[in-house]
Design a protein around this ligand. Structure first.
Ligand SMILES: Cc1cc2nc3c(=O)[nH]c(=O)nc-3n(C[C@H](O)[C@H](O)[C@H](O)COP(=O)(O)O)c2cc1C
Ligand code: SF4
Length: 469
């Protein structure tokens, strides 16, 4: 395909797939190509025609919600920054941080945008920084994203050379410096206050909130932390307007969403779709359905720290409210799919090993609770568990739940465990009654694979913790 044909095809999708229509994973557009494809129009509009407050109003009106996991309204988050409440505070330092840590197992959507269209993110960061009156912005990137790091740094250099970063951007009075920071590599660095500590060169433990970062964040100054996908929407909202953004989705959660699927599916991948596509559509129309003709046992709808949903939930729209009502969270929108020939106890154990490894150790329920859960699950999975272990797991789920820890890592770890014990209770009980894993004795094609996974499970917490995405 010639570059002209590629561009023509890409532009034909600019209104329906705003985030991804310019993605080119082989060779992303350089600054000139991005500008020719309509890039930097949103940033130009913000810098030359709108005040920060007017940009805030457009973003608030669009209804954009954070795509980093919690779904917090972006406009509302920004509106807490003192400079947007009182113009006299615009001269005081404030910071924008783009969260590109993406270490949640089963989540790889941001990588697609980081590697495939780096200038879109730079444009987005200019718009967000201008709005909150920040003259310094940081892009905190997962340490293992080497390709993204190289491409982003090249794009940042091009942006400086062409006066999209630095002083008097495009003749305006606005100045912005943008720094790429690659993480040393801990899952907890994705939590916004731990991320801020890491950027300051401190140990990456979360901070107590309040104060929230919008008031006192990086170096004690007002700071907004937003996810890569959240920010990437901004150039398009500025260019096409908030009503266009709302109209992208058929329901009350506006925009498109970067959905993904992995696990026991035929066609794992990432897709930008209107917010609210059903789980069934995502699983069967995009991810190709179940692999190896296994049946669906359950799925985590939004990364490793969300609750299992099952067959009865397949027609649930993948938006924040609907998935919440079904008993889980949209999280990052990445399905992790479990087939009925694989052991749910082993899967949950694998996830809990990750969370135990990644606990920062600040609070007791998480530091002591996650390895304790791993110990019990290992026993059950090896066929050495007792009914008392199930009661103990229930107690631990309460011990580690929301409100009992400084951050959401421990409650997030509880979500797949608690829901697995609800939906797959029989499996837990069979391990105990039969004194072995029932999936290992079944004569299915997956047996070899399971034995390998079991081997890894037995390596224990001390050697575990790899991200299995
Ligand atoms: C343990 C943990 C890990 C997190 N990892 C990420 C991450 O990798 N990327 C991300 O955007 N948000 C992550 N978050 C959420 C951030 O704390 C924060 O809410 C988010 O970056 C805000 O962006 P948004 O408002 O655009 O969604 C994590 C939260 C927790 C508790
Ligand atoms: S919940 Fe876990 S990761 Fe979060 S602050 Fe407490 S110990 Fe650290």
């Amino acid at each position: 395909m010639t570059s002209e044909t590629w561009l023509e095809q890409a532009l034909s999708q600019s209104l329906t797939k705003p985030l991804t229509h310019l993605v080119n994973l082989d060779q992303p557009l350089d600054l000139q190509g991005y500008v020719q494809a309509g890039g930097y129009i949103g940033a130009t509009k913000a810098l030359t025609q709108l005040t920060p407050k007017e940009v805030l109003d457009i973003v608030s009106d669009s209804g954009l919600k954070g795509r980093g996991g919690a779904g917090f309204p972006t406009g509302m988050k920004w509106s807490c920054v003192p400079a947007l409440q009182d113009e006299s505070k615009q001269a005081e330092p404030s910071y924008l941080i783009c969260n590109g840590d993406e270490m949640e197992p089963g989540t790889f959507k941001d990588r697609y945008l980081l590697e495939g269209v780096p200038h879109q993110l730079i444009e987005a960061m200019i718009i967000a920084s201008y709005t909150i009156s920040a003259n310094k912005a940081y892009l905190f990137l997962r340490g293992e994203y080497h390709v993204a790091a190289t491409r982003l740094q090249q794009a940042i250099d091009q942006a400086y050379e062409n006066n999209w970063l630095g002083k008097n951007i495009q003749g305006s009075k606005y100045q912005l410096d943008l720094y790429l920071h690659t993480s040393a590599g801990r899952y907890i660095c994705g939590e916004e206050t731990a991320l801020i500590n890491a950027l300051e060169g401190k140990r990456a433990t979360p901070r107590a909130k309040p104060p929230f970062p919008q008031v006192s964040g990086l170096f004690g100054k007002p700071t907004v932390v937003n996810n890569v996908e959240t920010l990437s929407n901004l150039p398009h909202i500025l260019k096409h307007g908030s009503q266009w953004f709302k109209d992208l989705s058929p329901n009350s959660d506006p925009g498109t969403k970067m959905y993904a699927a992995c696990g026991q599916v035929k066609n794992p991948g990432v897709w930008e779709l209107p917010m609210g596509v059903t789980i069934r559509e995502l699983l069967y129309d995009y991810a190709g359905g179940m692999k190896d003709d296994v049946n669906l046992k359950g799925l985590l709808p939004g990364g490793a720290s969300t609750d299992f949903l099952v067959e009865q939930h397949l027609d649930t729209p993948m938006d924040f409210d609907s998935i919440g009502k079904a008993g889980s969270r949209l999280g990052t929108g990445g399905l992790i799919v479990l087939g009925d020939k694989h052991c749910p106890v082993a899967m949950v154990l694998n996830l809990l090993r990750f969370f135990a490894q990644e606990s920062c150790g600040w609070c007791t329920p998480c530091r002591d609770g996650t390895p304790w859960v791993v110990e019990i699950l290992t026993r059950i999975e090896q066929g050495k568990g007792s009914p008392a272990d199930l009661a103990q797991l229930e107690d631990l789920c309460d011990f580690m739940w929301l409100g009992k820890t400084h951050c959401a890592l421990a409650p997030g770890a509880v979500e797949p465990l608690k829901s697995a014990m609800r939906y797959f209770k029989d499996d837990f009980e069979q391990h105990i009654e039969q004194g072995c894993c029932p999936y290992k004795s079944s004569n299915n094609e997956q047996q070899g694979e399971q034995t390998e996974s079991e081997k890894r499970v037995r390596e224990g917490v001390s050697q575990g913790g790899e991200n299995d995405e």
